[in-house]
Design a protein around this ligand. Sequence first.
Ligand SMILES: *Cc1c(COP(=O)(O)O)cnc(C)c1O
Length: 432
Amino acid sequence: MKYYSLNRNSEQASFSEAVIRGIAPDKGLYFPESITPLPDAFINELEKLDNDEIAFNAIRQFVGNEIPENELKKIVAETLSFDFPLCEIEDDVFALELFHGPTMAFKDVGARFMARCLGYFNRNRKSEEKVTVLVATSGDTGGAVASGFLGVEGVEVIILYPSGKVSDIQERQLTTLGQNIIALEVNGTFDDCQDMVKTAFLDEKLSGKQLTSANSINVARWLPQMFYFFFAYKQLKNKEKEVVFAVPSGNFGNICAGIMAGKLGLPVYHFVAATNINDTVPQYLHNGIYEPKPSKQTISNAMDVGNPSNFVRIQQLFDNDIKTLKSRFSSYSFTDLETREAMKSIYQSSGYIADPHGAVGYLGLKEYLKDKTSKTGIFLETAHPVKFLDIVEDTLDTRIAIPEQIQAVMEKEKVKQGISTYEELREFLLKY
Ligand SMILES: *Cc1c(COP(=O)(O)O)cnc(C)c1O
């Protein structure tokens, strides 16, 4: 499979080149040059297949022959070594739980898949040169990347996070692993971390290093998220009704992967991207003007994104035509107050504890379905409520048991280095 840059000013790249570079030389996002639907027989038989088989068939064409079949099967199996349950919380309303992985956020699947692909390419490059994964995190990405890449040979991971702005659990998830994972605590905001990473990618003094990104712009992190939508559909007992997916969205990578699943033939009636008050996309659908804004802080902070990087991919999937886009895709924005109210009403009516991100997804689903009958609605529950412990306990006035994955990191010691300026980051990268 070849990938082209959506800025259309770079040469095409193979899958491995796209993974190792992260972003095209012209700063465009990579996009597959073709998307071939899967056979109807495959879609009709999903419930007879196990998750590994489904995932292998869904991702195969995007990897092409750059990873042999048996290796790719192994990568998929290692990536998916946990469950993705679909829970009915109201009649025809389901939560798809994506938080049963090692860091209890949905980003585990993308991070694990990318780490293993990179590991495979490194083993076969026979070069001494290490790949450095440089990643800025506002919370969840860092932990998932740290855990996914731990111990992968030939790869070092450097995570930048804003001092005092990630939760204690999140900080522990990225500072306690050691080995090839290094945490840099930045005296600044998440935007400062992201700026430093972007500057490093452009810095000629670092041209001797093979730097790559592990954000959802990387095709190996973005594409495996398609699997969720197949897994959800497979678990539906009643497939007579049309299916609507609602995805709590920040950088819009997850929902973009869902739309890819639709392109591959998964029967999805409509996609809903639910956001917090960072409403660049809902505004665009409303008035046709795409106007990125600085991000605003909310209780669903993994979605505090003012300029969603994957939206260009979504536009491409709808032939850059806003009318086609609107016929299959809606986007709504919700306040923190509405989010907390939704968490309460879900808890009161069903006993289900939603985290703030899942609650935003639920709100988006309900908004779209309010004047429609007999559809099946599925919202993605992207993080375990324990990841947002204070907000959830405070909103629902209840206590949440700490799962063992989290308990394990609570006992380990944080190891990190502080930096304040880009020059300090460069010096660190050159020395390391
Ligand atoms: C990253 C994240 C999101 C947003 O996903 P995108 O693919 O960036 O839209 C939603 N919820 C949680 C918990 C996340 O960590």
